[in-house]
Design a protein around this ligand. Sequence first.
Ligand SMILES: N[C@@H](CCC(=O)N[C@@H](CS)C(=O)NCC(=O)O)C(=O)O
Length: 245
Amino acid sequence: MSSNNLYISETPADVKNAKGLHLITQNTPNGQATQILLEELADTHNAEWTTTVINISTNEQKKEWFLRLNPNGRIPTLVDNSQSPPFPVIETSAQMLYLIKFFDKDDTFGFKDELERNEALQWMFFWHGGGAPYQGQVNHFTKAAPEKIPYAINRYKNETLRVYGVLEIRLSGQYTGEPRDYLVGHGKGKYSVADIKTWPWVKGWERTGFTQEDMKPFPHLLKWIDRIAERPAVQRGIGDKYVQK
Ligand SMILES: N[C@@H](CCC(=O)N[C@@H](CS)C(=O)NCC(=O)O)C(=O)O
């Protein structure tokens, strides 16, 4: 791919002139996954990047300049202008794997051990394919849909609660006898890309419309939410910096 095809005159200058990594995002749960990892890498590995915050309600992400970087027309989209030609990365989980490959050589947020590394992929895929889309549909059918369809709302709410239950099984150690602090890693686990991928969605349970009562079966998951929320990089990664001015 030639860089001439990647950028056109409508591509924002901040995107095409970025020196290295550039993130095009909005402060949604998907945007926050990559935002948080970048903020973590800033603290641990001096990672540097620039950011363009767009407003997806204006459909900026469906314009040609954006589709050239990400044919899926969704945020977040990452582009690495330090590659030649510049290298776009679509899909949050692939962005996170790209970032740890190039910026986290000591596996602070990933794993050296191949089995742990595979486990991290398992839990990332689980949330990417089996959590985010369902919680997203709850948000859609309860908030955005012009018509309130109880069947759709119940179906997606129940499935989201079911996958919260899967995370609870994992964290509580229900079948292993060993509770864990994080989704992946030996023993109690280690904070990793698997947690970062999952947390921005699950922490929004209240916003999605679940009640304290709904969440009662998931005490370990609620503690996990609070544990991760304490991290300064996590707070920055969901903070004002990513709100469109
Ligand atoms: N599977 C994608 C999902 C990205 C996604 O759904 N982004 C939403 C915002 S949270 C979006 O851009 N929506 C705007 C649209 O669909 O036009 C990923 O993980 O990156």
